[in-house]
Ligand binder design. Sequence first.
Ligand code: GLN
Length: 317
Amino acid sequence: MDIDLADLRAHPSSDVFEEVLAEVADDVRELVGVGEVADYIPALARVPADRFGMAVADLHGDLHTVGEADRPFSIQSISKVFSLILATQRFEGDLWDRVGREPSGDPFNSLVQLEHECGVPRNPFINAGAIVIADVLSSCLADPLGELVALVSELAGAEIPIDGEVARSEASTGYRNRSLANLMKAFGNIQGEPDDVLDIYFAQCALTMSARQLATALRFLANDGVDPASGHRVLDVEKARRINALMLTCGTYDAAGEFAFRVGIPCKSGVGGGIVGVIPHHLTACAWSPALDRTGNSVAGRAAIEQLVERTGLSVF
Ligand code: GLN
């Protein structure tokens, strides 16, 4: 179809999104199932690879979907956005003494920089950084996991469950994450007991949400920190901008440069196959397809977000 881009930019809730999404699903059809599902977490290895769903939340509070947008999946590293939001809201110390704001250029579970950089992770979106954020949350909240689930549920407008089987499955095989937590403990950058902090981290990664719920929960990032449906301010504008900046530079691990180059919007991915993308002042999108590339990003999910940007002409640049 011919899309009137000027109209779409002027009226982001236009029905055009329905048609754009149908075309995007068509564009990526041949990529669905290309890649490998994450099998280093045994419970995730059973997820069928040939799934695809996508949702777009616009700034009028409307949702547009295609495919399996209501099928829940393991959000994995996308949970790192929610834990950072909670820490930004509730921690009164300087978070940035404990975790950096630079892309790592290394895989999400890499240990190498931590030794050279004295246990301070490069950013909150690699595993080491998210484990520090889990420690920060345990130091300032009586029930960090309960508060995180409450925040995610409130933002998504639904009770969001933790899949206990996925959490236990990762806990039983999470040797790298244990190494990261113990190394940071040795450098004094973890205050709690590493195993207790990891229990929170594994549980947050096992939050289970649909593309529709993720696009809904993070739509405030496209609207200067305010949920466009309820008018509720989740974060002040500077903090919301900073989360978007971190998503752009660090949200897809060692593929962040490639994402910025090809997709050009803030994105956060997880090894469950989800990718959330934010186009400030326009929309938040979530694509899901479980088969991943070598960097742990969904092949069809990335292509779908890229096609959405291409077809709408919306961009941060
Ligand atoms: N729970 C996963 C891990 O720690 C999260 C990684 C990811 O989604 N990139 O390895």
